[in-house]
Design a protein around this ligand. Structure first.
Ligand SMILES: [Zn+2]
Length: 312
């Protein structure tokens, strides 16, 4: 028996045939074309599922289950909210099962990536872990005893929207001061924009052509790594925000491991060493062991693998 894992992103739909132990046997992709209504997008997901199975030499009889990771919130087979796709209350499970009648599981993409790392990646040896995607936003996935934990009402684990600074920066969610505004790539870029205005002669400002619109997290990290004091200041502040957020998570649930994924995590050991060091300033029970901080290891495949692992 094999499983299907579907990584539904705002840009691409990736569908993989996956074994029970999390190995991808075959993968197909197509653009999401997210400006379309949801019906043709789901029709493409169904067609890609059939294609991936047949190209890998399997039939529907070999298929155990289908899992879908969505960039939003899903409850009871319905995608309640998916900002980047413009989806509201999309009956994904019902629609899918009308075409392919197999168990279908849906979860948030950060939860799914966290599950993938816990089943087949860096946190495979850790029963309890928290996954953080450091990208445009900050996604969180809480894994307890190798299962995604989303709380009593299915909306837990939204760690990016923990209130971090009272009455702070406006967030896309409509609240102020969410952790995401400070510890995502977007947060780093905003801090970088302020820094190049006050330090126009810095290497960072020159590399960005004095225009904050040219800043990326990678540019800031590269300039910090090269020794530019302004970039280093921005990076250092970012690291401290992230470490403070991680400290809150550790104080809440004391996981075995915290896994950093998403675009900013591509900074690798430069980020990891800095976060581990900064965390020592904040950790409460500092004489006791606490969560190890590690980098995600599965990359883009985490979306497919984790989706395939949903539901059992
Ligand atoms: Zn928010």
């Amino acid at each position: 028996m094999v499983r299907i894992g579907i990584d539904l992103g705002a840009t691409n739909i990736a569908v993989g045939v996956v074994t029970d132990d999390g190995t991808i046997l075959h993968k197909v992709e197509a653009p999401t074309l997210a400006s379309r209504p949801w019906q043709p997008v789901v029709a493409d997901m169904i067609a890609l599922t059939r294609r991936a199975l047949s190209e890998a030499g399997f039939t529907l009889d070999d298929l155990r289950s289908i899992g879908v990771g969505v960039p939003g919130t899903a409850i009871g087979g319905v995608v309640v909210f998916c900002t980047n796709l413009g989806w509201h209350d999309v009956p994904l499970e019902r629609t899918f099962r009308e075409a392919i009648d197999k168990p279908l599981y849906i979860d948030n993409d950060a939860n799914v990536a966290g599950l993938a790392e816990a089943m087949a990646g860096v946190s495979a040896g850790a029963p309890n872990s928290v996954f953080l995607t450091l990208g445009t936003g900050l996604g969180g996935g809480i894994i307890i005893n190798k299962r995604i934990y989303t709380g009593a009402h299915g909306v837990g684990g939204e760690l990016g929207h923990l209130t971090f600074i009272a009455d702070g920066e406006m967030c896309t969610c409509g609240k102020r001061g969410c952790l995401e505004r400070y510890a995502s790539a977007t947060g780093m870029i905003r801090q970088g924009g302020e820094a190049i205005r006050t330090h126009p002669h810095s290497a960072l400002a020159k590399a960005a052509g004095q225009d904050p619109a040219n800043l990326t997290a990678k540019l800031i990290v590269d300039q910090a790594r090269a020794g530019d004091p302004t970039a280093m200041m921005v990076f250092d502040r970012y690291v401290h925000y992230l470490a403070q957020g991680i400290n809150s998570i550790i104080s809440f649930i004391d996981p075995d491991m915290i896994v950093l994924g998403g675009g900013v995590s591509k900074a690798g050991a430069f980020l990891l060493d800095a976060v581990r060091l900064a965390l020592t300033n904040y950790i409460f029970f500092r004489t006791l062991p606490y969560a190890s901080i590690e980098l995600a290891s599965l990359g883009n495949d985490a979306g497919i693998i984790g989706a395939a692992m949903l539901g059992e």
